[in-house]
Design a binder for this molecule. Sequence first.
Ligand SMILES: C[S@@+](CC[C@H](N)C(=O)[O-])C[C@H]1O[C@@H](n2cnc3c(N)ncnc32)[C@H](O)[C@@H]1O
Length: 266
Amino acid sequence: MTVTHPQGVVTSYAPTAHEVVAALSRGRGGDAAGAIIAMADLATRLSESEATILVGALSDVAAEFTRFYADWICAQEAAEVQAVLAYGPRPGLNYRDVVGHAGATHYDRVADMLTHVDFSNCARFVLVGAGELPSTALHVHDRTGVAHIACLDTRLEAVRSVETLAAWLNSDRLSALHFDGAQYDYSDADVIFVANMVTPKQVVLARILDTAPHHVRIILRDPYSLGLLWAEEGGAALDPRLSIIARGAGSRFLSRDLFLARHASN
Ligand SMILES: C[S@@+](CC[C@H](N)C(=O)[O-])C[C@H]1O[C@@H](n2cnc3c(N)ncnc32)[C@H](O)[C@@H]1O
């Protein structure tokens, strides 16, 4: 049964339609966080196939949910960085010691990197899509001895924020680069993490495969369920030169790590 509702939303499941319309109205009314939280809550009550059908039915408004998510995450990260910087730097103080709840959740959610990837031989880690608060890079910074941790972002304000954080940490291991991951040269990278909000993911993955050394390990943060409304899926039509060797745990806002490996023949 399909239902056409105000704002032109067409869904197969009447019960969800009101929730979707309410979430959209929250986002359009300026409450980006509320819109995403409402949809993430809705996802907990849907089966995988129901979520897939709903994502298909909402293709016309997916761009709005993508904007709500990006606005919310970037604003949240910028606020978290200010809170961290309010702590005067002290020797031995780790980022994880002072970060707020949201930053801690982001930081902890990539802990499975250390389970699936051996960082002992990693000289250079690259985070594509660092944001104002590169939690993934800070996790590697705190928990491994990787000497060079490069944070790429297309937004200058994110790059400036990472530079400020590196100074706060008094670290020369963390660097920020104003770069599009689709144009970066990965020839000296050992481990690469592509953030969930990165676009276009397929082009970035192809660039990695064209320039990175053969031994490179790639971690792709990918959306699932209703998370496909606000982030691009890279794991579906994966480059034939790659395969998924492990999937990390799911998360509150419906993304998870995909651990990729290059086919031996490529
Ligand atoms: C908000 S962050 C979230 C990642 C999170 N901070 C982390 O540590 O995993 C995502 C960032 O990806 C950036 N981005 C999106 N596409 C990109 C691309 N093709 N190359 C580089 N950065 C990109 C956006 O500007 C945004 O700042």
